[in-house]
Design a binder for this molecule. Structure first.
Ligand SMILES: Cc1cc2nc3c(=O)[nH]c(=O)nc-3n(C[C@H](O)[C@H](O)[C@H](O)COP(=O)(O)OP(=O)(O)OC[C@H]3O[C@@H](n4cnc5c(N)ncnc54)[C@H](O)[C@@H]3O)c2cc1C
Length: 334
């Protein structure tokens, strides 16, 4: 089954940048277009400037539909969703791809409602089959794996997890000069717009580990004293912390901090494993991290073949030295 419409990927430009999520979406769009044998393009809010166009081009973006009038609606997904849906309809889009982040998950239902489209969240892969397009999703921090079939009778709106996007990120070998079209709504988009008075970023100390950007974890290689130093280090570095099962079993943390196959499956940008042997039950929960660094006393510890960088060292020496250095870098602040 081919699809008879265009694939549109929604890219906002936070801080005027085509960030990693945006680049991942472009890679994803190109890949999906290949799988579904369909044309694709980006829809952007706001309009990219000339310097940003090169970045879009380096991901092979053939067309950009810019919605410059909609920048003020970024904080009002119900209204931006209406605009996006109208633009998608005029572009004859059959698939709209959004990031599975705060903005994308708020926009997706609004766009789907306007387009009377099927909606799937946390989509990772799609493949053609006899009965339709098989869509695989990995939901709830990759804990749920599920496949659904989209028969193409209605448009499809899908969100894709940013963690997955960063894995497919791949500049195309054939760069393009995107054709840019500016879209303006023929009819006014009415409704009450939100006024944002402030934004609170997630606190790494309390954020769910499945959402954490940087995680330091300790295993049985620590004792009560080094565990306290480890927690202090995480606090000073403002990173999230996790533990292995034996440390959880000691009652030193809640279950939500246990990383591994029965604990949290994590996908951070950086995972630092301290005094962790690297059992399959633990490694199974961290293997999709972008970069893994390990410190272990035993040069033959099974963790080492699974890491990007490994250090044979004693936590009893490493942690106090790291703490001293971090405190010095912080200007001696407690
Ligand atoms: C069904 C099942 C499910 C499981 N699920 C999970 C799970 O979700 N998550 C999980 O973590 N485990 C899980 N486990 C347990 C798992 O099999 C391992 O036992 C566990 O991961 C080992 O934890 P560890 O690396 O902290 O301890 P150990 O295997 O005891 O390793 C400690 C490591 O610390 C190093 N070390 C010691 N002293 C120092 C020092 N001073 N400095 C530096 N390094 C030092 C040692 O060389 C060693 O490699 C599960 C087990 C089962 C049976």
């Amino acid at each position: 089954m081919g699809i008879n419409g265009k694939i549109l990927v929604f890219v906002d430009l936070p801080g005027g940048e085509l960030d990693e999520t945006g680049r991942g979406l472009l890679s994803y769009g190109a890949r999906l277009a290949g799988i579904l044998d369909a044309p694709w393009g980006a829809v952007t809010v706001p309009q990219p400037d000339s310097s940003q166009l090169d970045a879009f081009g380096s991901y092979g973006t053939p067309t950009i539909t810019a919605l410059p009038d909609c920048e003020a609606l970024l904080d009002t997904p119900a209204l931006l969703g209406k605009a996006l849906a109208r633009a998608a309809r005029e572009e004859l889009a059959q698939v709209v791809i959004l990031p599975h982040n705060d903005l994308g998950t708020s926009l997706a239902p609004a766009v789907a409602q306007e387009l009377d489209a099927a909606l799937i969240t946390e989509l990772v892969t799609a493949r053609q089959s006899e009965d339709g397009v098989r869509l695989s999703r990995r939901a709830l921090g990759l804990r749920i794996a599920e496949t659904r079939i989209w028969d193409g009778s209605r448009p499809l709106v899908a969100t894709v997890p940013p963690r997955f996007l960063s894995q497919v990120l791949m500049p195309t070998v054939r760069s393009t000069t995107p054709a840019v079209a500016v879209w303006r709504s023929a009819a006014p988009i009415t409704g009450a717009a939100a006024t944002v008075t402030g934004r609170i970023p997630p606190d790494p100390q309390t954020v769910d580990l499945t959402e954490a950007e940087v995680i330091f974890s300790v295993g049985k290689g620590c004792d009560p004293a080094t565990f306290e130093q480890f927690k202090e280090l995480c606090r000073l570095l403002n990173v999230s912390y996790g533990v292995t099962r034996p440390v959880y079993d000691l009652g030193w943390t809640g279950f939500e901090r246990m990383v591994g196959q029965t604990g949290r499956t994590v996908t951070p940008r950086l995972y630092v494993a301290l005094g962790i042997s690297g059992s399959m039950h633990h490694v199974g929960g961290i293997k999709d991290s972008r970069r893994i660094v390990a410190v272990n006393l035993d040069s033959k510890a099974p963790i080492f073949p699974n890491v990007d960088e490994g250090f044979v060292a004693d936590l009893k020496e490493v942690l106090p030295r790291l703490l001293t250095q971090v405190k010095a870098a912080n200007g001696g602040a407690p």
